[in-house]
Design a protein around this ligand. Structure first.
Ligand SMILES: Cc1ncc(COP(=O)(O)O)c(C=O)c1O
Length: 382
C-alpha cells in the first residue's frame, strides 16, 4: 500500500512482520548524518511513518456569546495515541545518531505515564528492554498499557519521593548498570527539537491550509518539550505568534518553582520546573482549574465525539481564554495530547461538580472542521 505525500514523495505503508522487525520505507535525506545498523534504520523508518502528521481540529465555539476559533492538533493519531511518541522517536533517533545508545541497551526513564507508553512501544519496536519508574498514583490503565507493551514498571510511592523519587531511582539505576540508555526527557534538547522540527511546521502549514491566522499557541507543561519546541519554531517561521505555557490553577508549579497543592491533569505540572523550560522565552503562564478541564474534555467528547484526555480539556480552555482576551477574531492553537481511554477509572468519567470560577458552563461548542496532516516528511523543520 502506498501513500502520496503533499510534496509528491511516495512512502510505502509500514508493515510489522512476525519477527518484530519493521519494514523500511524510502525517505528524504535525513537532517543528521547517520551510519546505522540497517536493521535499526529500517525500524526507525517505519516508526517515522507512524508518528506525527496529525490532523488539526478547527473548532468554532462561543464563550459568553463571543465567537472564537481554536485549532487543536489531534495527537491521539500517533503510534501509541499521544503526543509523547514524537519525543520518544526523536530522542531515539538522536541517541543513535550520536552513539549514545546501542542495540541491546535497556531504556530507563522516569515518567508519569504517556512517556512510559511511548518509550515502551518505540523502545520495544527498536528491540530494547524498557524499564519505567513511575509514581504509584497514576491511572491503572497507564500501568497496564505499559506492561502490555512488554516494559517493566517500578512503582514509586509518595513516601519514596513521588515523581522526584522516580527520577532519582532511574538515575541511580543508570549509574549502577552497564548498557543503559537514559533519555532524560526533562533535560534533553532532543525533546524540544522533536516539536521544533515536527509539531511547529505541521501547525504552520495546517493553519495556512485552513485560512487561519493564529495569535497564540498554548500547551500544558509536563516536560515543556511541546511549548519550548513550538516557541523555537515560531521564532524562526511564525513571527508574532505568542507561545504560552499552561498549568493547573490549583497546583501552580511554574509560578512557584515547586510542588504546591494537588491536581488531576495527568501529564502536566509535576513537582518542579524542568531544565528545558525557559520561562523568559515564553509569554505569560495560563492557569486552568482541573475540574474545569475535566468538564471541557467531557463536553468535547459528548458534543463532538472527540474522546480526549484531561490535559486536552485544559489546553482547549487555555486557548479559549487567550482568544477571548485578545478579542481580535484570530485563532489560538493548541494540542489535544491524548485520548480519554487512559482515564476511564478517573474523575474524567465521573460527574464533576461545577464551581463558579469555571469557564466551561459558558462555552458553546458550535462546529468542528478537520484539516488533514500536511504530509511533511517526519521532522522536516520546514
Ligand atoms: C496527557 C499529557 N498532556 C500533556 C503533556 C505535556 O507535554 P510536554 O511534556 O511536551 O510538556 C503530557 C506529557 O507527558 C501528557 O502526558
Amino acid at each position: 500500500m502506498a501513500e502520496w505525500l503533499g510534496n509528491g514523495l511516495q512512502i510505502r505503508a509500514p508493515r510489522f512482520d512476525s519477527g518484530r522487525r519493521l519494514q523500511s520505507s524510502p525517505r528524504p535525506e535525513h537532517p543528521m548524518s547517520l551510519s546505522l545498523d540497517p536493521a535499526i534504520e529500517e525500524r526507525l523508518d517505519s516508526l517515522r511513518a507512524l508518528i506525527g502528521d496529525t490532523r488539526l481540529m478547527v473548532i468554532r465555539c462561543a464563550y459568553r456569546g463571543q465567537p472564537l476559533t481554536i485549532g487543536a492538533k489531534y495527537e491521539v493519531q500517533n503510534f501509541t495515541g499521544s503526543i509523547k511518541d514524537r519525543m520518544a522517536l526523536h530522542i531515539m533517533e538522536d541517541a543513535y545518531a550520536h552513539g549514545a545508545v546501542k542495540p541491546g541497551d535497556t531504556i530507563v526513564e522516569a515518567t508519569s505515564g504517556n512517556t512510559g507508553i511511548a518509550f515502551a512501544a518505540v523502545g520495544r519496536a527498536l528491540g530494547h528492554d524498557v524499564r519505567i519508574y513511575m509514581p504509584d498514583w497514576m491511572s491503572r490503565e497507564r500501568v497496564m498499557v505499559i506492561q502490555s507493551l512488554g516494559a517493566e514498571i517500578v512503582p514509586v510511592t509518595a513516601e519514596a519521593g513521588g515523581f522526584l523519587g522516580a527520577i532519582a531511582q532511574a538515575e541511580a539505576f543508570a549509574a549502577e548498570h552497564e548498557g543503559v540508555f537514559a533519555p532524560r526527557q526533562f533535560e534533553t534538547q532532543a525533546n524540544v527539537d522533536a516539536h521544533r522540527l515536527s509539531t511547529g511546521p505541521e501547525l504552520r502549514r495546517q493553519l495556512e491550509a485552513a485560512g487561519l491566522e493564529a495569535s497564540a499557541f498554548v500547551a500544558g507543561v509536563g516536560t515543556g518539550g511541546t511549548v519550548m519546541g513550538v516557541q523555537a519554531y515560531a521564532q524562526e517561521r511564525m513571527p508574532g505568534l505568542r507561545v504560552h505555557p499552561l498549568e493547573p490553577a490549583n497546583s501552580p508549579t511554574l509560578r512557584t518553582g515547586h510542588r504546591v497543592g494537588k491536581h488531576r491533569i495527568q501529564g502536566i505540572s509535576d513537582e518542579f520546573i524542568p531544565a528545558i523550560v525557559d520561562l523568559e522565552a515564553l509569554d505569560e503562564i495560563v492557569d486552568v482549574w482541573d475540574g474545569d478541564a475535566i468538564l471541557m474534555a467531557q463536553a468535547l467528547a459528548s458534543q463532538f465525539g472527540l474522546g480526549v484526555g484531561i490535559s486536552a480539556g485544559a489546553n482547549f480552555l487555555g486557548a479559549l481564554k487567550l482568544a477571548h482576551e485578545a478579542g481580535d477574531g484570530r485563532a489560538v492553537a493548541t494540542v489535544f495530547c491524548d485520548s480519554n481511554k487512559k482515564y476511564l477509572s478517573t474523575d474524567l468519567c465521573r460527574e464533576e461538580p461545577v464551581l463558579p470560577e469555571y469557564l466551561t458552563p459558558e462555552v458553546e461548542l458550535l462546529g468542528c472542521r478537520v484539516i488533514p496532516g500536511p504530509g511533511l516528511p517526519w521532522r522536516s523543520g520546514l
